[in-house]
Design a binder for this molecule. Structure first.
Ligand SMILES: [Fe+2]
Length: 687
């Protein structure tokens, strides 16, 4: 199917790009002389479809407010067969960035592109790949990544990804990179103020103009602050090389706007402030630095974001789904629509959602809940309590408990009259369900920036006397961060739809947790009915510090429950029993920390704790690769050592392990089944 120029023009206008149309191949007409220093953030491409892709660069000029570059697209790396030659405007209004949508390309093809200014100063050459046609049966390969903190680490994972991809057979090379957020961290540390954190050296990233400060973190409040951070991040050579090698399909997580923010509310270290103009500034900078097909609602310009002028006012009215009914809030969160879907050949429908712009208030943070105690149980909260808070007024068929309790302590249920928690919000959820129902691809992959797998433990099985407080009888402990792993009601709504509509080939890929997880999507866990409707994966951080690094530095040596998290040996770093806690439970951990006998420890595994989990490594870093075919999904975790310093090796340094999770496509009504195999290295207690 050929797209017409007319529909192409409409698409380009909607996403705010400039246009170029393919023409017959000829030699290059520009005198390109590579000057990477004049294009300090490199080049990028985004959101390929079978006939078009968006190309990006940044070329700042000291004089004037607008200049024209030339963009060329070629069928060969030497630019002997140039098939598109067009103007690419850069202007100070978009911080000297440009987006050009190239139309009329052939499906499933590799192209090369470059930008040149009127003096012949050229960008580096980028490579991009178009999507196959919807009926194309070829295997699809992509990587999913997240959390690339370069303030506290290095991106050796990208170097490894590039090194392996260059050497892979053509049919296994990556088609695109799915970036699931935390492309930047808006909380910036300055090395002259903070030298180290955990095992980390603090590296210089940016100085934030007109920002504010929370603890050690400098935080942007304007578009110039966010732009400064993107420029600092994109100075990283490994990130630049990755963007020049593959098209990226990207979605923001929390840190592209605000650490604990939601809707347009800015929140850091527990303090909220109205942030309508800050949310728009975050959206503007994201749009300027990540080429995508996200819908820009704010204006018709092809060159700049044209932010709406908004007032930062407290939201006082909320609709029945928890959406802040305030005009500035609605304009801010709708200034850039991130959720979207892509068909990629016969086997992939990629459905991407926004987990932050439309979510309701956090149901788990009412201050009254602190009175319940349970502090000895590190990061654990009774699962039944969390489910009641998540369910709000709809819990238990509309009969929520008047009080919530922990042992003998009781407080009034703060969520009794509130709507059930939504992360997606009503409008996006309706869209998402529609995408699921309509999908005809073999695999329906949900790119959800937040991990969706439950992390839980079984402190009800602890021997008496270990703690002063007593864990409530017959109750598992929820240990998920407050993410999609605790969106019990909304998750069940979606999983039940998948079951009832008999949808097969459903899998979630996610990030945010700074750890590797593999398992099953299920509405309930024992004592409820374990009924998996799909697969669920979390990819580790590229560089950001994770749970185990934090615990190694902060968990007191004499904490009574320390063996559930860390098993101290006579010499060397402790073993990460936290992984075992989530897979096998407290009895296995206590045995392992005593005897270091893995077999004996696993023989004490609690089979009802985590039938949904095949693999958990809370200390992993790296990336995940997915391969999709007519009958199989293969997900490979490539784990690298803690990326504290930049590896100078061409392969990005050693790997810790490589693990492959395979699942055959299941028929409607059948259960998905994962098979996990360690291909190389040592996975520790992750299985
Ligand atoms: Fe992160």
């Amino acid at each position: 199917m050929k797209i017409s120029r007319r529909s192409f023009l409409k698409t380009a206008a909607a996403i705010g790009a400039s246009l170029a149309w393919v023409e017959p191949a000829r030699g290059s007409r520009v005198h390109w002389n590579e000057r990477r220093d004049l294009y300090p953030q490199g080049v990028a491409s985004g959101d390929p479809d079978p006939h078009s892709v968006i190309l990006w660069t940044r070329r700042p000029f000291a004089q004037g407010t607008r200049q024209l570059l030339t963009v060329e697209v070629a069928e060969d790396e030497a630019f002997r067969r140039v098939i598109a030659h067009a103007q690419a405007p850069v202007s100070s209004a978009a911080d000297w960035t440009t987006r050009v949508l190239i139309g009329g390309l052939k499906p499933a093809r590799t192209y090369w592109y470059r930008f040149t200014d009127t003096d012949g100063n050229g960008s580096r050459v980028g490579r991009t790949i178009t999507a196959p046609l919807p009926n194309d049966p070829r295997t699809v390969n992509f990587a999913f990544v997240s959390c690339q903190d370069v303030n506290e680490g290095k991106l050796n994972a990208y170097r490894r990804m590039i090194y392996e991809d260059e050497r892979a057979p053509a049919a296994q090379q990556l088609d695109f990179v799915l970036h699931l957020g935390d492309f930047i961290y808006e909380v910036v540390e300055y090395p002259d103020e903070t030298k180290t954190r955990y095992d980390r050296t603090i590296y210089e990233v940016a100085r934030i103009p007109d920002g504010h400060k929370v603890g050690n973190f400098h935080i942007p409040l304007t578009v110039d602050g966010y732009r400064a951070i993107y420029k600092g991040y994109l100075a990283d050579p490994d990130l630049q090389d990755a963007r020049a090698r593959w098209p990226f399909v990207a979605m923001w997580d929390n840190h592209e706007f605000s650490w604990q923010g939601w809707q347009s509310i800015q929140k850091a270290a527990g303090k909220e402030r109205p942030g309508q103009s800050i949310k728009v500034a975050a959206n503007q900078a994201w749009w300027e630095y990540l080429p995508s097909r996200c819908k820009k609602v704010s204006g018709p310009s092809l060159e700049s974001f044209d932010p709406p002028a908004l007032t930062n006012v407290a939201i006082e009215k909320w609709d029945e789904n928890g959406l802040g009914d305030e005009p500035n809030n609605l304009a801010a969160i709708n200034s850039l629509i991130g959720y979207r879907s892509y068909r990629y050949g016969r086997h992939l429908d990629l459905i991407i959602t926004d987990q932050h712009s439309y979510r309701g208030a956090d149901p788990f943070s009412d201050p009254s809940l602190a009175k319940l105690g349970g502090d000895e149980f590190i990061d654990m909260a009774p699962e039944t309590l969390m489910q009641a808070l998540d369910g709000g007024r709809a819990f238990n068929g509309g009969n929520p408990p008047a009080e919530v309790s922990f042992g003998d302590a009781h407080v009034p249920n703060p969520q009794k009259d509130k709507p059930p928690q939504t992360i997606l919000g009503a409008t996006q959820k309706a869209w998402f369900k529609d995408q699921l129902r309509k999908s005809t691809a073999t695999w329906k992959i949900w790119g959800n920036s937040e991990g969706a797998l439950d992390g839980r433990s079984d402190p009800q099985n602890l021997p008496p006397g270990l703690t002063k407080e007593t864990w409530p009888k017959d109750t598992y402990a929820s240990m998920s961060p407050p993410d999609y792993g605790m969106a019990y009601t909304e998750r069940a709504e979606i999983y039940d739809l998948i079951r009832d509509a008999k949808i097969t080939g459903f899998a979630i890929v996610s990030g945010d947790r700074h750890s590797f997880w593999a398992g099953y999507a299920t509405s309930q866990l024992p004592p409820g009915k374990f009924e998996p409707v799909g697969l669920s994966f979390v990819g580790a951080s590229l560089s950001s510090a994770g749970t185990m690094e934090a615990l190694e530095h902060s968990l007191p040596k004499d904490a009574p429950l320390r063996p559930l998290f860390l098993a101290d040996k006579a010499t060397g770093a402790p073993d990460w029993t936290h992984n075992m806690l989530l897979r096998h439970g407290v009895r296995a951990c206590l045995e392992y920390a005593k005897s270091f006998d893995l077999e004996r420890a696993r023989s004490l595994s609690n089979p009802d704790l985590a039938p949904h989990l095949e693999f958990v490594d809370l200390g992993g870093h790296g990336y995940a690769k997915v391969q999709l075919s007519a009958d199989e999904m293969r997900t490979e975790f490539v784990c690298i050592p803690r990326p504290i310093t930049r590896s100078e090796r061409p392969d990005g340094g050693p790997i810790r392990y490589r693990v492959l999770h395979t699942a055959a496509l299941w028929k409607s009504g059948e259960r998905p089944q994962l098979k996990t195999s360690v291909l190389e290295g040592d996975v520790g207690l992750a299985i």
